[in-house]
Design a protein. Sequence first.
Length: 466
Amino acid sequence: MSTNDPAPFVPSQPASGNLPPSPRRVFGSSAYFRLWMAQVVSSLGDWIGLVAVVALAARLSKGSSAAVGLVMAARMVPGFFLAPVGGVLIDRWDRRRTMVVCDLGRSAIVATLPFVDTLLGLFLASFLLEILTLLWSPAKDASVPNLVVPEKLAAANSLSMAAAYGTFPLGSAAFASLAGLASWLGHFHALHVLKVNQESLALWVDAVTFCCSAALIWTLTLPGARGKEKGIDWGQTWRELVEGLRFIRRNEAVRSVMLGMGVGLIGCGSVVPLGPIYVKAVLGSGSAGFGLLMTGLGTGAAIGVLALSVAARKLPTAPVFVAALFGSGVGLVLVTAVPSLTLAVVMAGVFGLFAGTCYVSGFTVIQQRVDDTLRGRMFATLYTIIRFCLLLSLAVAPWISSLLDSISGALFHRRMINIGVSIYVPGVRLTFWLGGLLTVGAGVLVSRDMLRARGRQSHPSNGDGG
């Protein structure tokens, strides 16, 4: 092994006091159960708060969609500049304390939002919330391998994904139900100073959930901080940041996961802005049809996540990630190739199954292949890539759809191709197909890197030996 190669990876072991008594149950680890419950509670509050912030932005801007978009952009921007540095700090600081402080900070910010009466104030608050989230999320993901046995990482990540996204319908329903409570409380004159309404109640509920999360995380036992300095040594921070980037460049498996998830999000993320347009223009349905399509996608993702959590011990994680990446690309092409809404909903389930599996297995690969001293930086980088690629997809997909629609209209009569059967090819459909092919292409590159990594493991003298 050359001096320029990374040291062989030795997986960190879960803290001895937190080993699950039964390897068959992830929740056999009481510590992981508390961490998961903290995520469930805060994610539920997050969805309630997100809907409330959007409603608050719309009210302050008198319905301007541009203003709402600006506030949402405040949740994306910090990741591009601050996440890598945040990852270095997470690896240096006590992760438990970091998560608790971030939860309490988010609670304080959210609790004051009902009294914000300008879009600038809402933008700044959203910006600060995202900074704290960018510290909390990587710290949480980096801590999971310290709380569960390696064989159960995929199951733990499946549960984490369920906590993050499965609480969205509950959060939306809870926000809707707060309207009645706000109306009733509005009759009490003493509460008028608190500006009680649906948005303020939702935001205060969100603040309470962050406090509950902080209380649960405070009870955990996690490895101590790697550094004890009071301040921030920016020179050392820069060196550790470069160390993390160098590790990504040299480790094929970790680099492949980040490449695959990033490109996959660029290709598949177009579903968000173009889905409603596709359902209306191609399938001849409206909002109800788009809702069915999203239900199929969500159901498929849930099935994929559950299946992976059950079969994780019998399947190698890296090949599962590659197969799921291929499946996501093919699934996107299929779901937008069928002619009826019923078939599209079924294919959306297939697409969701592979997409959910890809997401969970990608996180598991990083947890398995990265030592605890670097794990915070890896997850901070991954979250940065996810945010950037998703934002890129949201911004570029409508433009590409419009361009392809013009080209299709110029080349084909009524945008119809006849190859034995007539196929309608508007720009929105071509954009989805392009995204699917882009994801399949990422699968080809990732599989090549994974094979190269396996070859290095088989011949340690030619690689890093890890």
